[in-house]
Design a protein around this ligand. Structure first.
Ligand code: SF4
Ligand code: SF4
Length: 440
């Protein structure tokens, strides 16, 4: 008898659209003529620039210093000349300070990266190497990894979960990384486990990637790392939903995974941790999926941070229809972009390019009280009630109905037959609640 796959409550099954790139090996993207490297690519304080126009920099050189504990440094993605330090279009939709770099073609390191044996280092030394390499969560959240690796003493970590779910439609970068670069991931897991002192390590992968599950099962045989197949359901890869599926417990409202003794890191983050420690390399590149019906030749690409999307589109053979929508990330949680001048940042897990025919434009109607949004909500909150309060600017009531527990997965909007933009309304309520808290 087949065992039921683990999962969480709520969620839905959007079309996967992964067939375009799931079988395509990772390719190295050539360098563009100009890199735009934002000083803010992570949650927390932006880095403070430490180069100026006209400076020559080497690959991996520090160009932005971390400002405070919840911040990370930024490094040059290749060698070249600093053309400007100025505001440029950013994936957040704003113009933010960036170091504009003209590659010199040599791609030369200043000092060659120094590999170290992580087994000879203490946890605090490992944490410092990870921090100074600028490692952040590569699943999309871009939260500084060293912060997640610094739980307070009263919250010991017993379980390290590695997120190989990649439940967003279209995206396949993590899938390919697990198939092609599992040694990096396993080294990173070893380092993360040592820093946290976790007893249990489990890699969670959706069952729609049987080749990745089989491969990681094979390479983890004889180690203490478990590999768990999970039901195919969106948003299985969200942190709280992954914990619910693999640990069988719910992160309390307003709490953090570390309250349960659990820390979650993405497979790409584990690989970046291995590079930072075992290779001595800062985070200056990542694997990302370039995809969508508007693109001639979708690809999984290893891309230098700061590469403009326009260059990636050229590398993928250009566009076959007029571009109607650009999304960084997947279609469910990704952010719409205003132009192809936006660069790849550390959190860019994918770029989705849609034509006019691919845009799901539905006219908004009245709520028919069908309850689909409530059933789909993985956070077990009432999206329609919170959205109604948000529209009336009754944010205290929205907070009372646990608006802050919303993970912005978009399941409510996606499932609504009346096309009511529920997630946008809940997001608006969250922003207002946070603004009010800051004033108190
Ligand atoms: S209310 Fe938030 S958590 Fe719930 S379905 Fe909507 S976006 Fe997801
Ligand atoms: S899914 Fe849409 S129509 Fe149905 S209850 Fe929720 S808001 Fe109303």
């Amino acid at each position: 008898m087949m065992r039921k796959l683990k999962t969480f409550r709520g969620g839905l099954h959007p079309p996967e659209h992964k067939e375009r790139t799931a079988r395509l090996p990772i390719e190295d993207c050539p360098l563009p003529e100009e890199l735009v490297i934002p000083l803010s690519q992570h949650i927390g304080a932006p880095a403070e620039v430490c180069v100026a126009k006209g400076d020559k920099v080497s690959r991996g050189q520090l160009i932005g210093r971390a400002r405070g504990f919840v911040s990370v440094p930024v490094h040059a993605s290749t060698s070249g000349e600093v053309l400007a330090v100025e505001p440029r279009p950013h994936p957040s939709g704003k113009w933010l300070p960036a170091v504009v770099l003209r590659p010199d073609g040599a791609d030369a390191w200043g000092e060659a990266p120094t590999p170290v044996d992580h087994r000879e280092l203490a946890p605090e030394q490992l944490r410092e190497l990870i921090r100074s390499a600028g490692v952040v969560g590569l699943g999309g959240a871009a939260f500084p990894t060293h912060v997640k690796l610094s739980p307070p003493p009263e919250k010991p970590i017993h379980t390290l979960l590695i997120n190989g779910v990649e439940c967003e439609p279209y995206l396949t970068a993590d899938h390919r990384l697990m198939l092609e670069e599992s040694a990096r991931i396993l080294t990173g897991i070893d380092i993360l486990r040592r820093v946290l002192g976790a007893r249990r390590v489990c890699i969670g992968i959706e069952a729609n990637k049987p080749d990745a599950i089989a491969h990681l099962d094979e390479v983890c045989r004889g180690t203490e790392v478990e590999v768990a197949a999970l039901a195919v359901k969106y948003p299985q890869g969200a942190e709280k939903q992954l914990i619910a599926a693999l640990v069988g417990r719910e992160v309390p409202s307003g709490g953090l995974p570390m309250d349960l003794g659990v820390v979650v890191h993405n497979v790409g983050t584990a690989a970046a941790v291995a590079d930072a420690v075992a290779q001595g390399m800062p985070l200056i590149e990542r694997v990302t999926t370039l995809t969508g019906p508007a693109l001639v030749q979708p690809k999984n690409l290893r891309v230098r941070i700061g590469t403009p999307l326009r260059h990636l589109v050229e590398v993928c053979g250009g566009l076959k229809v007029d571009l109607a929508k650009i999304i960084c990330g997947g279609p469910m949680m990704g952010a719409a972009q205003l132009s192809l001048e936006v660069p790849v940042v550390r959190g860019t897990s994918g770029v989705l390019l849609l034509g006019e025919d691919d845009k799901a434009a539905r006219a908004e109607g009245a709520c028919i009280r069908c309850g689909r949004c409530v059933r789909a909500c993985p956070s077990s909150i009432l999206p329609t009630t919170i959205a109604a309060y948000a529209r009336l600017d009754r944010f205290e009531d929205a907070e009372r109905f646990r608006a802050m527990d919303c993970i912005e997965c978009g399941c409510c909007s996606y499932s609504c037959p009346a096309a009511i933009p529920l997630v946008q309304a809940v997001r608006h309520a969250k922003a207002a609640i946070l603004a009010r808290r800051r004033k108190l």
